[in-house]
Design a protein around this ligand. Structure first.
Ligand SMILES: Nc1ncnc2c1ncn2[C@@H]1O[C@H](COP(=O)(O)OP(=O)(O)O)[C@@H](O)[C@H]1O
Ligand SMILES: Cc1cn([C@H]2C[C@H](O)[C@@H](COP(=O)(O)O)O2)c(=O)[nH]c1=O
Ligand SMILES: [Zn+2]
Length: 191
């Protein structure tokens, strides 16, 4: 389990990235860390991309319905504008943000802010998703989570798309995706 680093002296910012497939627990882990921030009486601002309205317009919601208030933003630069006088910034679904998200995270960390980012490392084809590879490259701390393969019960790292067609971005839940291990993902069956 991730334990927050303890720094003495002047406050330093850093970047944590939580990645993995769908249903691996990224959002739950993000919420867990942000709730501990609240308990520590630190100030946090939480952001998600405006397109992610699957469960709620403004809240970040896990597949198990854990929730936390957030601000939907369409542009990563908006995060810089809105994250004033905060100790911590949380960002969910980072794969959907524009290519400035890495610069934004770097700027926040340089301002002494702890930045916690969660997102899909791979799309349904197993290709790196959006800015996630670049965020992983600049991260100080990385947590990779795994779901359970819906075919065989082994550890899953692929978000398998059960329906044919669609581009890289296709919002959805269990109706469209299921976590699978590498071997079961290679079966290539659709409904
Ligand atoms: N195949 C699965 N493997 C693991 N967890 C699953 C699976 N299907 C449903 N879940 C549920 O999804 C929860 C994780 O949800 P969430 O944090 O929203 O994941 P993520 O943000 O990575 O998509 C788990 O606690 C579990 O209850
Ligand atoms: C694999 C994959 C996923 N998506 C979409 C589907 C969901 O709306 C989100 C991921 O949500 P989660 O919190 O990680 O469960 O991303 C997509 O658009 N394209 C893909 O290839
Ligand atoms: Zn499997």
């Amino acid at each position: 389990m991730f334990i927050e680093p303890n720094f003495k002296g002047e406050r330093r910012g850093w970047i944590e990235v939580i990645c993995g497939s769908m249903f691996s627990g990224k959002t739950e882990e993000l919420i867990r860390r942000l709730k501990r921030v609240e308990i520590a009486n630190l100030k946090a601002e939480i952001f998600k991309p405006g397109i992610d309205v699957r469960y709620d317009d403004v809240k970040i919601v896990s597949h198990d319905e854990n929730k936390i208030q957030s601000t939907p933003v369409d542009n990563s630069q908006t995060i810089l504008l809105l994250a004033q006088d905060v100790d911590v910034v949380g960002i969910d679904e980072a794969q959907f943000f524009d290519d400035q998200i890495t610069v934004v995270c770097e700027k926040l960390a340089l301002k002494g802010i702890r930045v916690i980012v969660a997102g899909l490392d791979m799309d349904y084809q197993g290709k790196p998703f959006g800015q996630m590879p670049n965020l992983l490259a600049i991260a100080d701390y990385i947590t990779k989570l795994h779901a359970i393969c819906m075919k065989c019960g082994n550890i899953a790292n692929v978000s398998y798309r059960k329906v044919a067609g669609g581009g890289q971005v296709l919002l959805g839940e269990k109706d469209i995706y299921e976590p699978r291990c590498r071997e079961c993902a290679a079966l290539g069956d659709t409904i």
